[in-house]
Write a protein that binds this ligand. Structure first.
Ligand code: SAM
Ligand code: SF4
Length: 332
């Protein structure tokens, strides 16, 4: 196992990589994408082999956790095989995935068998019509069948991700908590982030803070503050009524989590994004394609990139777009 580590200019150890394996998706969630999206041409995106090579270099540089995301990672052909190869890299502790769940009915068991350890599954509504409205194309029954398939396949500590929007799904918060309890899943509530231009609602008007979510939950359950951490931006609470599950809150507006940031993101175009809320990036595809087979060069480029990782994001609560790329390009 490698004893090398990646460190940024603020002495933060970077050992977590989120890799986008596609910008495409079968959904068009209102907070994430425009209705008519232009996706990248095939020649611009990394091949599965290039994605593997990058994962290999990051793990050689001390990366301990990789999360595959997108777009919808499960619409990329060959993703199960990619999981198998990445999961086998010596030194990697955990390979996880964030998915909308639509393909889990058929893929949960092969993914588990391939070595994927944990899933985050997005779920913003339990009402089929509203679910369709929020995702524009999604089928709730299929996603719920996917969640059940993940449980049946043996995945543990699966987490639901819910973006809360005032007037759109905030009245479902406690039903979603109830759903998580029934299925033994953790659940995180996320404040909407200003990534990409969206048209369906005003982000400022739809803002519903994590504190407001907790107030809503306290109407039905007893919340217990917890000091647990998964080294991510989530802060955790437990419920007296269901202590086995964790409630997470990701609050980019109301609680800045940058000081302990340990992660970087790779877009499927091969751009290494040093911060979710800033444009600082390095083109690793160019390094890969101009010097094929030279892993030393790629690793040097990654080490150098750490020097430009910004200290923090500065999301403001208004409708100005602060980062023009959409979340599907960022690798959420
Ligand atoms: N397609 C997969 C999914 O939906 O889980 C993975 C990619 S998606 C971009 C990753 C996560 O980002 C999802 O949980 C989604 O809800 C969240 N997300 C997307 N756009 C967001 C935004 N503008 N603000 C906050 N969260 C967002
Ligand atoms: Fe697709 Fe996930 Fe974005 Fe929804 S949040 S449009 S499922 S990438």
């Amino acid at each position: 196992m490698s004893d090398r580590i990646l460190q940024d200019g603020f002495s933060r150890r970077v050992d977590y990589l989120r890799m986008s394996v596609t910008d495409r998706c079968d959904f068009r969630c209102v907070y994430c994408m425009a209705e008519n999206m232009q996706f990248l041409p095939r020649q611009h995106i990394l091949t599965l082999e290039e994605l593997y090579r990058l994962a290999q270099s990051f793990v050689a540089l001390g990366t301990r956790k990789i999360r595959l995301t997108g777009g919808e990672p499960l619409v990329r052909q060959g993703v199960v095989e990619l999981c198998r190869r990445i999961a086998a890299l010596p030194g990697l502790r955990e390979l996880c995935m964030t998915t909308n769940g639509s393909q889990l009915g058929k893929l949960a068991a092969p993914l588990f068998e391939a070595g994927l350890k944990r899933l985050n599954i997005s779920l913003d509504s339990l009402d089929a019509r509203r679910f369709r409205e929020l995702t524009r194309t999604g089928d709730l029954a299929r996603v719920i069948a996917g969640i059940d398939a993940a449980n049946a396949a043996g995945f543990q500590h699966t987490k639901l991700n819910c973006v809360v929007m005032k007037g759109r799904n905030e009245h479902e918060i406690n039903d979603l908590v109830g759903f998580a309890i029934d299925r033994g899943l953790d659940i995180s509530f996320i404040e909407e982030m200003p990534l990409g231009v969206i048209s369906e609602h005003s982000r400022a008007d739809a803002f519903f803070s994590s504190a407001q979510v907790r107030e809503r939950i306290a109407e039905r359950y007893t919340l217990i503050d917890s000091t647990e951490s998964t080294q991510g931006p989530s802060r955790y609470w437990r419920l007296a009524e269901a202590p086995e599950i964790r409630l997470g809150f990701i609050s980019p507006h109301s609680h800045n989590f940058c000081a302990t940031c340990n992660r970087v993101r790779l877009t499927v175009e091969g751009r290494l994004l040093l911060c979710l809320g800033n444009e600082h990036a390095v083109d690793l595809k160019q390094v890969l394609r101009s010097h094929p087979g030279e892993s030393g060069r790629l690793e040097r480029a990654i080490v150098e990139a750490m020097k430009i990782k910004p200290y923090r994001h500065n999301f403001a609560l208004n409708d100005e777009v602060q980062v023009v790329r959409f979340m599907n390009m960022t690798g959420g």
